[in-house]
Design a protein around this ligand. Structure first.
Ligand code: SF4
Ligand code: SF4
Ligand code: FES
Length: 353
């Protein structure tokens, strides 16, 4: 289909058929602020931060959920637009407990950024008391409803991105809440603790339990790596503190193959690397007890046992299963060892998620 044209802040620019005002403006270099918009999910138009003026329209229009049409006249930077956005930010700030100093998301919060960019110094409304207590009964995710701005991004991510369908919008008016199942705790619901809701929450309403108080965003170094768990190869960021310790893992938003998603193991099970139970030397079992051995002794023992078995029962009496955490080169060498040295095709890989 041919491109169309519309007017953006007085300039004539092109758009792709079906594009939203938000995306068409971004393609033309005009950034419209957002809060609830989640790339790749159906826009909900919940927060009204992205409002713009459209000539001829009676009210302001949400840019994220409105398609552009030919010859539409859009204004993103007018006094009326700024007044409306500022009011919406003030109302969101008044809807909960936004004392940033004690919030885990301080320095990494969309609402805080918006409040700063619109020069908000105080909240001209009465702060609404939060009726729902904080939930912290599981080891992974803390749900602080007093900081929730009901943007719905977590619901979109759960239902449309990872398709677990564990959470939805519940109640009405001042009691509105994001609920798991029939308003259960995450622990008692169908939640699988993939943490995608934490990944997309733009404020401090959903935070990772283990990384709480372990470092502000600006103090942590981000290191990109590949998840060590299975053969999918998800791309992740390790958030590393000043002492070189990993305190959090998040997904690389645009990285293939996971495109911003992680499973419970990839996101939360990173601290095995600090376990004191990790083996640091080979162990040989003798008379029912393990004893530490050198690598040479251990490898000679295994090679000797394999040779004995091969001689006695033939090469197909031996099988190998390589580790899903291994890199390609190690897996290649493993199959070479079995096929060329031992002489069997009994070789597989435990590539499970
Ligand atoms: S959610 Fe954002 S605005 Fe609210 S307290 Fe936390 S950092 Fe501040
Ligand atoms: S928990 Fe976070 S993502 Fe979910 S609705 Fe509240 S603020 Fe939005
Ligand atoms: S970003 Fe458009 S309504 Fe929230």
């Amino acid at each position: 289909m041919d491109k169309g044209t519309f007017h953006l802040n007085g300039r004539c620019v092109e758009f792709e058929p079906g594009q939203s005002i938000l995306d068409a403006a971004a393609d033309s270099g005009v950034e419209i602020p957002t809060l609830c918009y989640l790339k790749g999910a159906t826009p909900t138009g919940a927060c009204r931060i992205c409002v713009v003026e459209v000539t001829g329209a009676r009210s302001l229009i949400a840019a994220c959920s409105t398609p552009v049409t030919d010859d539409m006249e859009v204004w993103t930077d007018t006094e009326r637009v700024h007044r409306a956005r500022k009011l919406n930010i003030e109302l969101l700030l008044a809807s909960g407990n936004h004392n940033c100093f004690s919030c885990e998301s301080n320095g990494n919060c969309r609402l805080q950024d918006l409040a700063y960019s619109y020069g908000i110094t105080d909240i001209p409304f009465t702060i609404t008391p939060q009726p729902h207590p904080t939930e912290a009964d599981n080891p992974f995710i803390i749900r602080d409803f007093s900081r929730c701005v009901l943007c719905g991004r977590c619901v979109q991510a759960c239902n449309e991105v990872v398709v677990n369908r564990a959470i939805s919008h519940g109640y009405r008016g001042g009691k509105s809440k994001i609920v798991a199942g029939t308003d259960q705790s995450y622990f008692d619901s169908d939640c699988v603790f993939c943490g995608q809701c934490v990944e997309v929450c733009p404020v401090g309403a959903l935070v990772e339990n283990k990384s709480r108080f372990k470092g502000r965003q600006w103090e942590l170094e981000k290191v990109r790596t590949t998840c060590p768990y299975c053969g999918v190869g998800c791309q992740m960021w390790l958030h590393v503190d000043k002492k070189g310790k990993i305190v959090k893992v998040t997904a690389v938003e645009d990285g293939a193959p996971n495109k911003g998603r992680l499973c419970v193991k990839g996101r939360f099970a990173y601290d095995f690397i600090y376990s004191e139970d990790r083996l640091t030397a080979p162990l040989i079992k003798e008379n029912g007890e393990f004893r530490e051995a050198s690598w040479d002794e251990a490898l000679n023992l295994v090679a000797g046992k394999f040779s004995e078995l091969k001689e006695k029962y033939g090469p197909d009496s031996i099988a190998g299963v390589s580790c899903a955490r291994s890199i390609n080169e190690d897996s290649y060498q493993m199959q070479k060892l079995f096929r060329s040295v031992i002489g069997t095709n009994n070789i597989d890989h435990c590539a499970r998620t």
